[in-house]
Structures are given as C-alpha cells and as structure tokens.
Write a protein that binds this ligand. Sequence first.
Ligand SMILES: [Ca+2]
Ligand SMILES: [Ca+2]
Length: 321
Amino acid sequence: MLSQFSQNLMIAGFALGSVLLATEVRAFSLRDENSELFNYFNSLVNRERLAIDENSLPQIDPEALYWKESAKSLNIFFINEGAGFRNQLFFRVNSGSSQIVFDDIASPESIIPENLSKLANLQAKIDRLEAEKLALLQEKAQLNMDLDRDRISKIDDRLAGINEELSWRIPALALEKTLGNNGVGTLLLGNGRSFGAFERNSQFEFFIKANGARGGRHIFGTSIDKNSDGLQHVIAYEYYDAETHENYVLLGFEDLYGELRLTRGQNQNSDRDFNDVVFVVRGVTSNLTNAVEVYEITSTLALLSVAGLSTLKLRRRSDVR
Ligand SMILES: [Ca+2]
Ligand SMILES: [Ca+2]
C-alpha cells in the first residue's frame, strides 16, 4: 500500500497533468525495482543495534569494500533512517575526493520521521518570546527610573534572557526552512543514485557528516582511524541476491559522537544503535578475490565453483524471513 506521502506526490503529479512528474519522483528506487528485496533490507533496520542474525547475513569489514567487477553500475539506495539529525552521505574511491550521495537524509516515511508541525512549533516559540519582549518593553516605558528600580532590573534581566534565546532560535528556524519539502525531507525509502562503473580493484570508503545539512561537522566513516572519537561507526553486511545475481552491501551508521551513554565533553549520549543512516550499495563486495575472479569467469560452471568457494552465504530471501 502506498503511503499517504507517496499518494500525495502522485496526486500532485497527475494534477499537473504530468504523468512524467509522478514517474520521475519515483524513478530510481529499490522499492519500485524489487520491493521484496527492499522490504527484506528494511525489515533489518528497526532492530536494536541493527542486530542482524549472523546466520542470515555475514558481517563484513566495512573498511574493505571493493568494486565488484561483474557489476554494471555503483547504485546506492537509501533504506531508512532513525535520526533526528539531518545527516549527509558521501563516498570516496581509492582515497580520492569526496562525492556526495545524499545531502539531507530525512524522510517523512522513516522510522524517525520529520513532520510538518516542527516548523510551526519553532515559529510559535519565537512568536511567544517576541510577544513577551514587546509587553516587557511597553511596561518598562511606563515605569519611573527611580521609584521602580527593582522591577526595571527584573525586566532587564528577562529581556537579556529573551534576546539570548532569540539570537539562536531565529537563525535555527531560518536554517530549518532551507531543508527540503518544508523541512520534512525529500527522500523516499528505497530512493537510489547511480554513479556508473569503476576500475578493477577500486576501493570504496563511505562516510557521513553528522547533521551536515544543518552545518554539523563530525565525520564518521568506514575508516575507524579517521573518526574523531576513534570508535567504529558503521556495521556492514553482505548479501548476494541469487535471483538477480547482484551483490549488495548493507551499511548502518551511528551518527552520535562517543561511547554508549557518555555525556561529558564532546560526547553526545550515543545509543550506538547504528540505524541513523541505513543504505545498501549495489556493485561492491568485501571479497577482493571474489570481486576479481568473477570478472574473469565466462562459464556458468566456473561461476558456480567460485560461488561455492566464496564466504558469502547464498541464502534466498524467502529463507531468512
Ligand atoms: Ca529523521
Ligand atoms: Ca544512533
């Protein structure tokens, strides 16, 4: 069943007399392309710490992801997000320059969705502060500097507090208004981006900028030694789809700095649930040997023998539900 949001998008598309618009909005999506596979990946997200049954999917080293020679294109699909942050996703190939994948990972369909009331609530708070400030200024104008010294002092203290709060609330609201789709985010679950083919042995590094769409600065990636808190922020699983002969790597990111529930210093009381940004990458593998050998194989027989040697578990989706 389509979500209300998807229905609204489609209605908007048809209302404009443009079937093309509705098609474009949903053009590249794993959910549209292979809903069974999307649902399988999405079913793994809600669990605490993304604790996937080790027998279902092999956990892999997220630092060692290579181009799969048999792949046609690097495709990255958003699966879900469990974040209040507006994270950004990037990747880098062979330590080259960063390429952005998604610049604002938020969705009205996700497990921690943003909603339209947020902007209204922020505006209402500012309106209340502005109204209180105006009333205090009007009261102060009626008072006598000598006779009402105590009351004036109290009013000045409160005005200073209000001005301090407005000084960060007003730019925060302005920033929130720059975020897509009235602040609720533009991504639909399953949305994908394609980045073409890569050279043999290309090594991939994925990383997020935590709350990057709001100017955040912490970078957390698949290379632990580059993470400012020195902690692992990614869990990775590999999945081979026997029906389509495509290889997928599922990556789940933790977006909060620091160890579990630590709050001092830069620590952000992390829940270490690794579901703040979840996506799958089609076209990479953790198995460099397999990545290269599959490229050289031409016969089905040889393919089967390599598949038998590989560490991948070739379980069908129906087996792991
Ligand atoms: Ca969210
Ligand atoms: Ca988290």
